[in-house]
Write a protein that binds this ligand. Sequence first.
Ligand SMILES: Cc1cc2nc3c(=O)[nH]c(=O)nc-3n(C[C@H](O)[C@H](O)[C@H](O)COP(=O)(O)OP(=O)(O)OC[C@H]3O[C@@H](n4cnc5c(N)ncnc54)[C@H](O)[C@@H]3O)c2cc1C
Length: 459
Amino acid sequence: MSEHTDSAIVVGASIGGLLAARVLSVTHARVTVVERDVLADGAVHRRGVPQSRHAHGLLARGREALEELFPGLTAELTALGVPAADLQSGFRWVNAGRLLCQAPSGLVGLGVSRALLESRVRARVRALLGVGIADGCAATGLAVSADGRRVTGLRVVRAGGAAEVLGADLVVDATGRGSRAPSWLESLGYPAPEVDEVPIGLAYASRAYRRDASGPDGAAIAGTPADPRGGVMIAQEDDRWIVSVGGILGDAAPLDHAGFTAFTATLPSPLIHEVVRDAEPLGDAVRFRFPASSRRRYERLGRFPEGFLVMGDAVASFDPVYGQGMSVAAVEALALRRCLDRGTEDLAHRFFRAAATVIDSPWRIAVGGDLRFPGVPGPRTRSVRAVNAYLERLHVAAEHDPAVGRAFLRVVSLLDPPQRLFAPGTALRVMRGTRSAALTGGSPVRHAAPALPGTGGAR
Ligand SMILES: Cc1cc2nc3c(=O)[nH]c(=O)nc-3n(C[C@H](O)[C@H](O)[C@H](O)COP(=O)(O)OP(=O)(O)OC[C@H]3O[C@@H](n4cnc5c(N)ncnc54)[C@H](O)[C@@H]3O)c2cc1C
């Protein structure tokens, strides 16, 4: 085992791992990011992050958190042609069949491709003092102290097949939804976390298109129980659209040109179809299957080894309907920084509790929403049903009331907790909005796409 003093290892050089490394670079003299893929320079898709070929955008809180960790990143990205859009006036959101009222909100998101974002963040991390990235190196398990109470390092296998143990005071698992941490823990005599799982059977198909710069910034169209197909279309760098469409319970969009285009016409709004129909495709469509949202409840474990943490999708990976995963990882990284400010005593319990608070909100909104679909198995508690019923009314009000729309987008963007939607001021507006919609007989309609530029969306 190599010598170590005050060193940390992060497993996974994707968004979660890179942000953890940034935070640890302040508290640990040496940080090694261990990545199974061999990393190429630049913005390229790679095997370990198959979702990068599908629509990704960065919500307001995620952008702010990244900016806090890497000052100037937003300007760096926009200089590379990444569109920065007001999430309410620029981007179009269709929820419950209703187009959210457009108005300036001050919530700025980025239409940055996953590959470009990761490559710029990786370059920033590589430049940090004391941080190194060991790529082509797969983690296989944890090394522990003789009494088994403390993690002392990481077992790895290098690309050539050589196995070794890298010593560290702290190991952070950021290996995504396929994380082996539960079985690593069990093999050391620790309990694995309970798992909350909602099988949704999402099947995405995605394709890039050339974008006329005068076109919209994007659109997110959420499926409804009556019309479960959805899609997202995001304006990205290099004057291109990334369009992802899909259904639940295995309802997959065809990958061929005619089939894909026809599928976009079946979404609850024509916003995406009207772009795809006329735009020039850039390459073939690709598929991604997302069987279930899952959340590992590390915060509930009584026994956990010292010197080990898990974060990002490795803890919770949920329906990307609102594109929140990278923002969650970024806010978790800030939570880790706050926990480390108070030292390493009881770090795991403190961090997992903080991470659970970050995850609660997007989980309730995205995964609670999945339970609206009758075929999706899962417990429809009274609170899930009440929240969904309220949100249904909120989307009616948000069609005409920009303040209600903004309140919703602040929650989706992780800037406010969901409880804020029930605050008296918003609840009153929701009540008034639904009453006036009832008076005018306003039921969801397949509205025509507005003539002016807009943006893209999700299932
Ligand atoms: C279709 C789709 C669309 C999405 N859209 C959005 C969006 O618009 N906005 C948004 O914010 N989020 C979105 N997300 C979520 C987002 O992709 C994830 O939340 C985010 O990538 C989480 O990053 P992570 O670092 O935790 O894990 P991952 O990105 O999964 O990375 C895991 C890393 O660990 C490495 N690794 C795995 N095993 C090992 C091992 N044994 N040893 C060493 N390395 C290993 C992998 O190679 C990889 O680099 C979307 C997800 C999907 C599926």
